[in-house]
Ligand binder design. Structure first.
Ligand code: PXP
Length: 250
């Protein structure tokens, strides 16, 4: 076991997306979460969106009851979500930007411009013992602001890097990767714990997993998609293997 382990957080939102396509109870995100746990996930991530398009309030209630690994509760910085988080006191809260018209979380949070508001927003969450993470772009200004407001963790948005890889834009992908590498080291130097995620796949995970400062990757859509073809347990096992392989050379 490496003395610099890399955790895998499995995001189960899209199990709920499939369930909600039919409006019933199947497939159950809680069952997927327990299976992910058994398959080696170090944590489960779920995003309770304001419009409840996938994960529901009842899913969060259930996850808090059944999980043996930590829940990373993703949410927008709204009073309603703050109340829900304060009621459940999950291990971690990840603050993400949210727009109703977006299909997924498209960019990082604008922390620098909202510093005061966010500082007040996260203080009660920290007071009840939640580790507060801020989902941001690999941008020094945003990292410095996240540090100033008292976040313990930042999660770097890997979406632009992953999109560039899938579109075959190697130069852009390399540039994005350079920023992610540089900003991981910068955030770590400030004492922040560094996580990363969004859009990661078997093709894109290894360069990010190799950054020694990154302690956790949160991966959802690809794993749930891949589960259709090879099953959830093998899909997670292969991601874990690739992460460990990349980490072994660090
Ligand atoms: N991290 C954060 C903060 C996210 O908002 C998401 C998407 O919900 C993910 C990680 C996982 O992204 P993906 O589903 O593309 O793997």
């Amino acid at each position: 076991m490496s003395d610099n382990p890399l955790r895998l957080g499995v995001n189960i939102d899209h199990v709920a997306t499939v369930r909600n396509a039919r409006g019933g109870a199947y497939p159950d995100p809680l069952r997927a979460a327990k299976l992910a746990e058994e398959a080696g996930a170090d944590g489960i991530t779920a995003h309770l969106r304001e419009d409840r398009r996938h994960i529901s309030d009842a899913d969060i209630d259930g996850l808090m009851e059944v999980l043996s690994v930590p829940l990373n509760f993703e949410m927008a910085a709204t009073p309603e979500m703050q109340q829900i988080a304060l009621r459940h006191k999950p291990h971690a809260v990840c603050i993400v930007p949210e727009k109703r018209e977006e299909r997924t979380t498209e960019g990082g949070l604008e922390v620098a411009r909202e510093e005061n508001k966010l500082a007040h927003f996260i203080a009660p969450l920290r007071d009840v013992g939640c580790r507060v993470s801020i989902f941001i772009a690999a941008d020094q200004r945003q990292i410095e602001a996240a540090h100033r407001i008292g976040a313990e963790v930042i999660e770097l948005h890997t979406g632009a890097y992953c999109d560039a890889v899938s579109e075959g834009h190697t130069d852009v992908a390399n540039r994005e990767l350079d920023s992610l590498r540089e900003m991981s080291a910068f955030a770590h130097s400030l004492g922040l714990e560094v996580h990363a995620g969004h859009g990661l796949t078997y093709d894109t995970v290894q360069p990010v997993a190799a950054f020694p400062e990154v302690r956790e990757l949160n991966i959802g859509h690809f794993l749930i998609g891949e589960a259709i073809f090879r099953g959830l347990t093998p899909a997670i096992a292969e991601m874990r293997r690739l992460m460990d392989e990349a980490r072994a050379v660090v």
